[in-house]
Design a protein around this ligand. Structure first.
Ligand SMILES: C[S@@+](CC[C@H](N)C(=O)[O-])C[C@H]1O[C@@H](n2cnc3c(N)ncnc32)[C@H](O)[C@@H]1O
Length: 229
C-alpha cells in the first residue's frame, strides 16, 4: 500500500512511523509518506488558512492549498485514488472500513486543523469523509494515526506472527464478535484464578471455550463488566 498523509504537522507522526508493525509493513513493500500542505501552498509566506466567510472564530484550511498539495503529489491523476478527509461528522471508522481501506493499493488521508477545512474539499476533492468518533479533536493527526494503525496492521507481514490479526475482535474468524479473554501467568493472583480449561492442555476444549466467551461478549453491552471490588 502507498499511504500518504497530508498534514501541517508531519513531526507528529515520528513516534508512529517508528512502530514495529509500521516498519514491518514498509519492509514488506508499503510506503508511508508525510506531506506538508505548507510545502506547496500557492500563497505567500507559507499561508494555508483564512478567516471563514460569514464570520465566526477560527481559521479554515483553504481549498486552493489542499488542491495544490494534491496536484503536486499526484498531478491530475486523482481518479481511482481513495482520498479520505478526516472530519468529526464523517462516516464512523470501524473494523469493516479498516478492512475496506486495507484492500486499497493507494490511500490518502487529509488532516484538518483549526476550525476545519473549506467544504469544497469535501465536495470536490475527496472520495470519503471519515470520523473516528463523535467528539472533536484539535486536528486530524490522531485520527490519521488511528486509521493508519488499524489499516497497516491488516497488511500481510506487518505483525510479527502470521496469524496475529486473524482471530481478533470483530474479525471474520470470530463472526464479527469481540475477541475472547486472555490470561497469562500467574495462574492464581489474589485469589483470582485463570479458568481451569485454559491450563488443561485440551486444545479442542480451549477453542470451544474461547468461541463461547466471544459469542457471550457479543451479546453483553460493551464495557459493562463490573470491577468486582
Ligand atoms: C478542531 S477540528 C474542527 C472541528 C469542526 N469545527 C467541527 O465542529 O466539526 C480540526 C480538525 O481535526 C480533525 N478531527 C477532529 N475531530 C475528529 C474526529 N472525531 N474524527 C476525525 N477527524 C477529526 C478534522 O480533520 C478537523 O478538520
Amino acid at each position: 500500500m502507498r499511504l500518504d498523509i497530508f498534514t501541517l504537522f508531519p513531526e507528529a507522526f515520528e513516534w508512529f512511523s517508528g512502530q514495529r508493525h509500521v516498519q514491518n509493513a514498509i519492509r514488506e513493500g508499503s510506503e508511508l509518506r508525510l506531506i506538508n500542505y505548507r510545502d506547496t501552498t500557492p500563497l505567500g509566506a507559507g499561508q494555508v488558512d483564512d478567516t471563514p466567510y460569514g464570520g465566526g472564530s477560527g481559521m479554515v484550511l483553504r481549498v486552493d492549498v489542499v488542491d495544490a498539495a494534491l496536484k503536486a503529489a499526484y498531478g491530475e491523476q486523482l481518479a481511482g485514488r481513495r482520498i479520505v478527509l478526516l472530519a468529526p461528522s464523517g462516516r464512523m471508522f470501524d473494523e469493516e472500513l479498516a478492512s475496506e481501506l486495507a484492500a486499497e493499493p493507494d490511500l490518502t488521508l487529509l488532516c484538518g486543523r483549526y476550525e476545519g477545512v473549506d467544504e469544497r474539499v469535501r465536495d470536490h476533492l475527496v472520495t470519503d469523509t471519515v470520523s473516528i468518533g463523535r467528539y472533536v479533536l484539535s486536528g486530524g493527526e490522531l485520527p490519521a494515526m488511528v486509521i493508519s494503525d488499524a489499516v497497516l496492521r491488516k497488511l500481510p507481514g506487518s505483525l510479527g506472527a502470521p496469524d496475529g490479526a486473524v482471530e481478533e475482535s470483530f474479525s471474520e474468524a470470530l463472526g464479527g464478535a469481540p475477541e475472547y479473554p486472555h490470561y497469562t501467568r500467574p495462574s492464581s493472583y489474589r485469589g483470582w484464578d485463570v479458568p481451569d480449561v485454559l491450563v488443561s492442555g485440551d486444545h479442542e476444549r480451549v477453542r470451544e471455550w474461547r468461541r463461547e466467551r466471544s459469542r457471550e461478549r457479543a451479546t453483553e453491552p460493551p464495557g459493562t463488566r463490573s470491577a468486582g471490588h
